[in-house]
Design a protein around this ligand. Structure first.
Ligand code: C2E
Ligand code: CA
Ligand code: CA
Ligand code: CA
Length: 277
């Protein structure tokens, strides 16, 4: 049941149901969408205990001219299977860098990092480090404001090379967060070797936190792990005050979720943070 809710689709449109979106259709669509500029990034705010904005996560959106908004849960797997995640992922990183530059003069958004989701296929590319550095160079974005979100499962393969890539990027100031944490199989000794800045508690644990003692225990364990490894711990998918309160009690200090704000286009995020400040 947990896995089912993880990448839930919130772009439901009954008229779309009739359309069978075959993989080939999606593949051709992604290629065209890239050429025609149909993709955009939305940004979801992240807050600390005191209520200050501490970062945003970029989430990819595809506004298809006929099919409407298509969820990343639907097209990312196709992009990965077809290799189109390479050009798409490159576009995402560059777009996030352009946004960093665009916000750099803003008193609120100018000082915070953008977290970008990275696919396994991207990080395992030989020229991954060069691609990230070239996006930073090309746009003039500050590397210290770029954070990359990786998942545990992508780090089991080519461990040494991946650690080396992370180290090289960290030298420039790029940060790393381990997304969906707790759903994979990282051993402690392995986790200790990864040059990370942050653990992100998977939303499945947050969702059932109040009713499920096991999930509460997992959250406590992740917080303790973060403390002992000197990593910040952020919870995603926080939807209620009660969840936030429980997370605070377990020592979690950073939050992201609908309680604080949905992912929004850049201009709307800018307008909404204005309202709070
Ligand atoms: P993720 O990285 O785990 O992102 C969190 C997902 O939870 C996002 O779904 C977000 O909109 C949603 N979410 C945020 N707050 C809440 C909440 O309070 N409750 C609930 N139920 N959900 C919440 P989204 O935007 O549909 O993205 C789904 C997944 O697609 C992401 O999961 C990520 O794995 C992937 N993805 C999104 N953008 C990119 C991208 O640029 N590149 C790659 N490679 N993957 C991406
Ligand atoms: Ca996820
Ligand atoms: Ca993420
Ligand atoms: Ca996640």
């Amino acid at each position: 049941a947990k896995a089912a809710g993880r990448n839930s689709v919130r772009f439901f449109d009954p008229s779309m149901q009739a359309q069978v979106r075959s993989r080939a259709q999606l593949e051709a669509g992604i290629r065209r969408g890239l050429e025609r500029g149909e993709f955009e990034l939305h940004y979801q705010p992240q807050y600390c205990e005191q209520g200050d904005l501490i970062g945003v996560e970029s989430l990819l959106r595809w506004g298809h001219p006929d099919m409407g908004m298509i969820s990343p849960a639907e097209f990312i797997p196709v992009a990965e299977a077809s290799g189109l995640i390479r050009p798409l992922g490159r576009w995402v990183v560059e777009e996030a860098c352009r946004q960093l530059v665009c916000w750099s003069g803003d008193s609120v958004l100018g000082g915070i990092p953008i977290a970008v989701n990275i696919s396994a296929m991207q990080i395992h590319q030989d020229n991954f480090v060069d691609e990230i550095l070239s996006a930073l160079n090309k746009t003039g974005a500050d590397a210290r404001r770029l954070k990359l979100e990786l998942t545990e499962s992508m780090l089991v393969r080519n461990v040494e090379q991946t650690i080396d890539k992370m180290r090289r990027l960290r030298k420039h100031g790029v940060g790393f967060s381990l997304d969906d944490f707790g759903t994979g199989f990282s051993s402690l000794s392995y986790l200790k070797r990864l040059p990370l800045d942050q653990l992100k508690i998977d939303q499945s644990f947050v969702r059932d936190l109040l009713d499920d003692a096991n999930d509460a225990a997992i959250v406590r364990t992740i917080v303790a792990l973060g403390e002992s490894l000197d990593l910040s711990v952020i919870a995603e998918g926080v939807e209620t005050h009660e969840q936030r309160q429980a997370l605070l009690e377990y020592g979690c200090r950073y939050f992201q979720g609908y309680l604080f704000g949905r992912p929004l286009p850049a201009e709307e995020l800018l307008a909404s943070v204005r309202c709070y400040s």
